[in-house]
Design a protein around this ligand. Structure first.
Ligand SMILES: Cc1cc2nc3c(=O)[nH]c(=O)nc-3n(C[C@H](O)[C@H](O)[C@H](O)COP(=O)(O)OP(=O)(O)OC[C@H]3O[C@@H](n4cnc5c(N)ncnc54)[C@H](O)[C@@H]3O)c2cc1C
Length: 370
């Protein structure tokens, strides 16, 4: 039986573990230095910008479309196995277009999506006003509505993935610090023979920002560099739902999302976020209160009712961003024949987790013994 060890139990590692657990004949172990969903995943808003993204071909689009398709079956599947509710919003994503936005570009994208079998609607300001009266339409002549894009609670999703994977025999250790590896060399490539004294066939590194540190005694190629980009967000409460209580899509405008919290019915709580803060030259990333306030004001500018909201909490997290190369990194670690990287998902780790698992499964196919 092939033994696969996964390092990291954020949304990416947990999704890989669950999807691998559906393949017969694998022994799967997940190691994390802390409980699941504590890293970047704990801070994510779970907005899955798939159909509404500008990617139309190649790997980037395939990963998005695969993930959106898989989520429609994955979430109900996990809910059935775990008997847990995973809050997820199926009312779509609405993107506000300010004056000057190139609407021809969106029309073209909507036509491409239609050919690809997806839906994208262009709304004029009358339709926007009627559907979302909470929006101040003065400077917003149009909006793009993507009914098939979803939002999911990233922590609830990850915990359900862990429970479902456990029920299918995956072993989890959440106190795995100081990881020890035994190596050998074959055909000029390093091979990880064992982790923490246990013999393995393949190592999958899904440790987000900690990916390189999780491989302490391995020789990592110098070009592999993952840096933190900080994001802050706010949880707010209102006396009533924004707009129509029956229509509560994620609304995004001014590069700020307003995300309905589906834990109450009708919805009265919303997440607002997030900032995008790059590290200083020293490599440090410190949350700046003014940046979070700027996000709040950008949201109030298009949704004035938010000015009356009570702040329930604020939080921040670090996104793992690959330096000088596109996100994410899903490949064989250079110089090794059995170490796969599934990391550096930057702003889209929740969105791309199912497609990441699919690509890891394809890569595994080529070197596991059947
Ligand atoms: C404010 C904010 C908003 C976001 N919003 C969205 C969004 O709307 N949609 C979206 O798709 N994405 C969003 N993201 C990005 C998303 O959160 C990340 O891309 C995603 O969570 C990455 O998941 P991961 O599993 O790779 O990493 P993580 O969640 O960071 O998990 C990595 C795990 O590895 C473990 N680990 C690290 N080092 C070691 C080690 N040495 N030994 C053992 N274990 C180790 C950690 O403990 C952790 O559990 C957002 C991020 C932030 C900060």
């Amino acid at each position: 039986m092939n033994h696969i060890v996964i390092i990291g139990c954020g949304v990416v590692g947990a999704t890989i573990a669950y999807e691998l657990s559906l393949i017969p004949g694998l022994k799967i172990t997940v190691l994390d230095k802390q409980p699941p969903a504590q890293g970047s995943t704990a801070a994510a808003l779970g907005v899955l910008m798939g159909i509404i993204s500008h990617k139309t071909k190649g790997k980037a689009w395939q990963m998005r479309s695969h993930s959106i398709e898989r989520y429609t079956t994955l979430i109900p599947e996990l809910e059935a196995i775990t008997k847990r509710t995973i809050p997820y919003n199926q009312q779509g994503i609405l993107k506000l277009c300010p004056e000057g936005e190139d609407l021809a570009k969106w029309e073209k994208l909507a036509a491409i999506r239609s050919e690809q079998g997806w839906q994208l609607e262009l709304w004029d300001s009358a339709k926007l006003k009627a559907s979302c009266p909470q929006i101040d339409c003065q400077n917003i002549p149009a909006a793009i509505y993507s009914p098939q894009d979803i939002q999911v609670d990233p922590v609830a999703l990850t915990l359900a993935l862990v429970d479902a994977a456990k029920s299918r025999g995956v072993i989890f250790h959440f106190d795995a610090t100081n990881l020890q590896y035994d190596l050998t060399t074959a055909n000029l490539h390093h091979v990880v023979k064992s982790v923490q004294g246990k013999v393995i066939d393949c190592l999958v590194v899904a440790a987000g920002l900690g990916s390189l540190q999780s491989l302490p005694n391995l020789q990592i190629p110098p070009l592999l560099d993952i840096r933190p980009v900080l994001g802050q967000a706010i949880h707010i409460r209102l006396p009533n739902s924004l707009g129509n209580p029956e229509f509560q899509p994620v609304i995004t405008g001014n590069d700020v999302h307003i995300v309905p919290c589906l834990t109450s019915n009708p919805v009265t709580d919303y997440w607002i976020g997030a900032t995008v803060e790059f590290p200083l030259e020293s490599g440090q990333v410190v949350p700046e209160a003014e940046k979070l306030e700027a996000v709040r004001h950008r949201a109030i500018a298009y949704c004035p009712a938010l000015a009356a909201a009570t702040t329930i909490k604020t939080w921040s997290g670090l996104r793992p961003r690959p330096e000088a190369r596109p996100a994410p990194i899903i490949e064989l670690l250079e110089g090794f024949s059995n170490v796969l990287l599934a990391t550096g998902h930057y702003r889209n780790g929740v969105l791309l987790a199912p497609a990441t698992a699919q690509r890891i499964i394809k890569l595994l196919d080529s070197f596991l013994v059947s």
